[in-house]
Write a protein that binds this ligand. Structure first.
Ligand code: ASP
Length: 431
C-alpha cells in the first residue's frame, strides 16, 4: 500500500523543485534572499536530517538480516567480490568518459584570461579552506581507507553518519556471528531485527511525506545562497563556465543514457525503462539533497519495492556504493582537472592522465556521499598531476550546481550495479 504514495511522489517533487527554484530567483532579484536563508532553509535542513537519521539504523538492520538469512559465507564473499569489481570498473569507465569528452571539447581553452583572473580573485578564500581539508585527508597513508573501515568502537561508528562503511563492516560481522550461534539462541534476536527493520522502513515512508516541502526549501535556499542579491552575476559566472558545465553534464548524460542502459540490458538483462521509472524518486531526492547517503533510504525502497531486488543484496550493495562508488563524482573530477590544466595552458602527458585515472578512482572511494566532498577530494587529484590547488577557483562558481547532477549519477550507478549483481546472483544460486 505504501508504495502507491511513492509512485505519485515524483511529480510533486518535480513541482517542488521548480517552485523552489522560482522562489530562490525571485528572492535574489527582489532582495529578500536573507529571509529565504533564515526562514525557508531550515525546513530543507530538517528534511535531510530526517533522511540521515533513518539511514544508519536501516542499513544496520537490513544488512544483519540479509547476512543472517544467506547463512552461507561463500555466497556472501562472492556477492562482495562481484560488487566491488563492478564498482571499480564502472568508476574507471566513468573517468575514461570524462577524460575523452574534456579533450574532445576542450572547455578550458575557451576561458578568457580576464575571466580566469576574476574567478581566482573571487574564490581565493574558499580555495584555501578546501585545500586545508584535502591536506588533512592526504596526510593519511594510502591504506588508511582500509583502516578506517574497521571501527574500534561500535557506538561511535553508529553515531557518525560519515562512518557508513564502519557500520557495514560491523553489520557484516554481527550477521556472520549470528549465523554461528545455534538457532534456538538466535531466533528471538532475528525476530527482533525483523521487527526493527519493518519499523525503519515505515519510518522512511513517513519521512517521505515531508519530501515536497523539504525539496522546495532545499532548492529555494540553494538558489538564494548561490545568487545572493545579484542574479545577473550568478548568470554571468555560469556563462563564463558554460562549456565546462556542459562538458560535465554531457559526460554524466553518456553514463545515464548509454552506459547504464547497456549494462542493464546486457549484464542485468532487465528492462531499462522499468529501471529508470522506478528510480525517479531516488534521483529527484539525490538532485535536491546533493547527497547519496541521505538518499540511501529511498534508493533502498526503490530497488526493493519496485525492482524486486532481494533485501539481502540491496542491503549490502547500496550502502557500500553510497560511499565507495561515485561514478558522477569521478567523471566530474577528471573533467575538472583537465579543464583547469587547459585554462592554465598546461599540456598533460599520458602519465599525468593515468595519474588522474588512478587518483580520481581513489578519491571517489574515499569521499563520503555528502554535499561537496567531491570538491575536497578533487584537490588531491589536482596535486597528483601537479596543478596548484588555487586552480580550484576556476570551477567553484558552478560546483554546487554540478554537485546535484553528479549525485544523481552516483545514486543511479549504485542501483544499476545492484541490478547486475542481482541478476548474477540469481544465475549462480543453485535451486
Ligand atoms: N555529493 C556527492 C554525493 O553525495 C558527492 C560529491 O560529488 O560531492 O554523492
Amino acid at each position: 500500500m505504501g508504495m502507491k504514495q511513492v509512485v505519485s511522489l515524483p511529480a510533486w517533487i518535480l513541482v517542488a523543485i521548480v517552485a523552489g527554484l522560482g522562489l530562490g530567483f525571485a528572492s535574489s532579484a527582489l532582495g529578500f534572499h536573507g529571509v529565504v536563508i533564515d526562514y525557508v532553509k531550515p525546513f530543507g535542513t530538517i528534511f535531510i536530517a530526517l533522511l540521515k537519521l533513518v539511514a544508519i539504523p536501516l542499513v544496520l538492520t537490513q544488512l544483519v538480516l540479509g547476512v543472517a538469512s544467506v547463512r552461507d559465507l561463500r555466497q556472501l564473499s562472492r556477492l562482495g567480490g562481484r560488487t566491488l569489481a563492478l564498482y571499480f570498473s564502472t568508476t574507471l569507465l566513468a573517468i575514461t568518459v570524462g577524460l575523452l569528452l574534456v579533450h574532445l571539447i576542450a572547455p578550458g581553452r575557451s576561458l578568457s584570461g580576464a575571466d580566469r583572473e576574476n574567478l581566482r580573485g573571487q574564490y581565493a578564500t574558499e580555495v584555501e579552506s578546501r585545500a586545508v581539508q584535502a591536506g588533512e585527508l592526504k596526510r593519511r597513508g594510502p591504506l588508511q581507507p582500509l583502516v578506517d573501515m574497521v571501527p574500534d568502537n561500535v557506538i561511535q561508528a553508529l553515531s557518525d553518519n560519515r562512518a557508513m562503511l564502519q557500520v557495514v563492516f560491523f553489520a557484516l560481522l554481527f550477521g556472520i556471528a549470528l549465523i554461528c550461534v545455534p538457532l534456538e539462541k538466535s531466533r528471538t534476536l532475528m525476530e527482533w531485527f525483523e521487527g526493527l527493520n519493518a519499523v525503519f522502513i515505515s519510518m522512511v515512508k513517513l519521512i517521505l511525506y515531508l519530501a515536497v516541502p523539504g525539496v522546495f526549501a532545499l532548492m529555494a535556499s540553494c538558489v538564494a545562497e548561490f545568487a545572493r542579491d545579484d542574479p545577473a552575476r550568478a548568470l554571468g559566472l555560469l556563462g563564463a563556465l558554460g562549456l565546462y558545465f556542459l562538458t560535465v553534464l554531457g559526460g554524466l548524460l553518456v553514463l545515464l543514457v548509454l552506459i547504464y542502459p547497456l549494462a542493464l540490458r546486457f549484464l542485468a538483462r532487465t528492462g531499462v525503462m522499468n529501471f529508470y521509472r522506478a528510480m525517479i524518486p531516488a534521483q529527484l531526492l539525490a538532485f535536491s539533497t546533493s547527497s547519496s547517503s541521505a538518499t540511501l533510504p529511498v534508493t533502498l525502497r526503490c530497488v526493493e519495492d519496485d525492482l524486486g531486488v532481494p533485501p539481502r543484496i540491496a542491503g549490502f550493495v547500496l550502502p557500500v556504493g553510497a560511499t565507495v562508488n561515485m561514478d558522477g563524482t569521478s567523471l566530474y573530477q577528471a573533467v575538472a582537472t583537465v579543464f583547469i590544466a587547459q585554462a592554465f595552458g598546461m599540456d598533460l602527458t599520458l602519465m599525468q592522465q593515468l595519474a588522474i585515472l588512478f587518483t580520481a578512482l581513489l578519491a571517489s572511494i574515499g569521499a563520503a556521499g555528502v554535499p561537496g566532498t567531491g570538491l575536497v577530494t578533487l584537490v588531491i587529484v589536482l596535486e597528483a598531476v601537479g596543478i596548484e590547488p588555487g586552480g580550484l577557483a576556476l570551477i567553484l562558481a558552478v560546483d554546487r550546481l554540478l554537485d546535484m547532477f553528479r549525485s544523481v549519477i552516483n545514486v543511479t550507478g549504485d542501483a544499476m550495479v545492484c541490478m547486475v549483481v542481482t541478476a548474477w546472483e540469481k544465475g549462480a544460486t543453485p535451486q
